[in-house]
Design a protein around this ligand. Sequence first.
Ligand code: ATP
Ligand code: MG
Ligand code: MG
Ligand code: MG
Length: 579
Amino acid sequence: APANLLHITRSEQEFTMAQVQRMSRLMVKTLRDDPADAETLSHKLLVRAGYVRRNAAGIWSWLPLGKRVLENVTRVVREEMDAIGAQEVLLPALLPKEPYEATGRWEEYGAELFRLKDRKGADYLLGPTHEEIFTQLVKDQCTSYKDLPVILYQIQTKYRDEARPRSGILRGREFQMKDSYSFDTSDEGLAESYALHREAYVRIFERLGLKHKIVSAVSGAMGGSASEEFLAPAPAGEDTFVYCPSCDYAANTEAVTFALAPVEGAEHGPVEELDTPDTPTIETLADHLGVPASATLKNLLVKVDGEIVAVGVPGNREVDLGKLGDHLAPAEVELVTAEDFVDRPDLVRGYVGPQGLEKVRYIADPRVAPGTAWITGANRAGFHAKNVVAGRDFQVDDYLDVVVVEDGDPCPSCGTGLKLDRAIEIGHIFQLGRKYADAFQLDVLGQNGKPVRVTMGSYGVGVSRAVAALAEQTADEQGLCWPREIAPADVHVVAAGKALQTELALDVAEQLGAAGLRVLVDDRAGVSPGVKFTDAELIGVPKILVAGRRSAEGVLELKDRRTGEREELTVADAVARLR
Ligand code: ATP
Ligand code: MG
Ligand code: MG
Ligand code: MG
């Protein structure tokens, strides 16, 4: 046969083969029992259905079915990022220390950062997020305002040495993230890049079939619309949020929950009020304090019109002046000592909503011993400041369940009783401002020929986490239950019977594949129909097509995985229906 004809025939065959996956040849070993260490539904089911396999704590392999689902999520994310004009790149995950030293994150990132050395003893890290490296890239590539705005993104493996990596792929130490970064010459430009991301994220999560709430988040000790989280409600979630059942109000409860008492031996500045005739800006404030505008400060309380908007406390929280943003224009700034916090009294509770800090309560907490300081947030299981001993100074468990806003508190927009829920953080969008641009002196030549400092945003989607979050929201007692766009196949054909049924099932699968459908066909010999049905339910393809008793007459049974509804139909009808 002529070589090119052979070639055509082969690629057609390959096309159909790629669309039709035979279970007899698929590497999938389903398990009847939950893995012993699994706590969340997605962890149990993704392992049992043979999607993922654990290598070590927080380190996972994606097996053929899982890889398909991960690819589907990745494709949706990529398409929506491309749609807002973002350009895909791929930066290294293995990174030199220096850029992270320049921003202080080499130290600040703490124990979550994977640090390593090369053979010459030079320091490296495995990237947990890439602000530094993207800032350097743009500094290298963009020189004029004409080169901006630009949005860059990558879909890449990230590394974080998580303290509690125990929810399967929901919290990995190695995981997939889509991270993007926007670069603009003006605040309005940044607001626009941010809005584009916000809309793209809504489309991504809608296409994925992930129910979600957008809540304003706290960036450091600083709230406001400069940062929002996309939360997928699910009992397995580690975040707590409040939402209003009547209007669309939702807010993260992770805000300012902390208790304080003096830290012995700590040095603090005197209490001062910044008294300027003009409305002060971050620059005025930084000038007054004698620090750079990108500094992070402890012992600082920032008030706007009498409302506390940012708190830096000794031992842990700090105010990032860069993140505070010009727009806040603090009307009153105080430098305070730890004692002053105590005088205010010990415990401040509040949460941040779309309008910034919406509610602050002061509650004295007798459990905090003098000479200690500690901080906890509703979804941060207590990160401790100096001299604090859990159990001696406070009971951790008491606080894990303490939520900042109580169930039934009135909604700030309409007064209806708020409800509390658990959720998984699936995305996070940030207006970074000029913090990173300052650290790397990222300027471009402006329209008037003078250099303009670039302003940035950073935006993340937990791509691998989204797979688990979707499993959490959609699974039922029988197993996984994917929406079609994300499922590893469009239809799962089950040969329920003897050799004849298997032959018919393969034939039907071939026809479905030729019609452009992605097909999984259970053609395993020596496996009972009962086991095949159980596996099909566990694997969670949205439609199950059974070649059983009546298949010799050309009649199949189509079952909807979610509703359990069944109907009998002919092969031709099945092809038409599923297309
Ligand atoms: P979390 O609060 O759950 O620790 P984060 O706020 O530290 O997440 P970001 O730095 O905002 O995470 O990263 C962007 C996104 O990456 C998050 O919204 C989340 O979806 C995902 N992500 C973060 N950490 C992990 C992880 N350990 N495993 C899987 N996905 C993660
Ligand atoms: Mg984290
Ligand atoms: Mg978070
Ligand atoms: Mg986050």
